[in-house]
Design a protein around this ligand. Structure first.
Ligand SMILES: [Cu+2]
Length: 105
């Protein structure tokens, strides 16, 4: 009986300790806006979209060559932002900035 009480207390303590960790865990879905240098036409933005869409964990991609911007919505547990950046740069473009925000739902 004493053992059970102790066990329950340990479980409760762990739950209390784990709560802030859970709150700090990364969101399920994020959106990163990449500043991309070197896009000249619709073909460039299409190439970036087609490449990023093939990456596992990526949900949605858009790109605007006039603004020099590409946006990717993805699951950060499946793919890291640096991998997406590397994919863009493999195509010959330069990523000069990145901004990531959590997406609701
Ligand atoms: Cu182009």
């Amino acid at each position: 009986m004493r053992y059970v009480v102790r066990l329950v207390m340990v479980v409760l303590a762990l739950a209390v300790l784990a709560a802030p960790l859970a709150a700090d865990s990364p969101p399920d879905t994020v959106r990163t806006t990449f500043q991309v240098e070197g896009m000249h036409c619709g073909g460039c933005s299409s190439a970036i979209i087609a490449t990023l869409e093939k990456v596992d964990g990526v949900i949605e991609v858009s790109s605007d060559h006039e603004k020099g911007v590409a946006e990717a919505v993805y699951r950060p547990r499946k793919v890291e932002v640096d991998e997406l950046k590397a994919e863009i740069e493999k195509l010959g473009y330069t990523v000069t900035g990145m901004e990531t925000e959590a997406v609701d739902g």
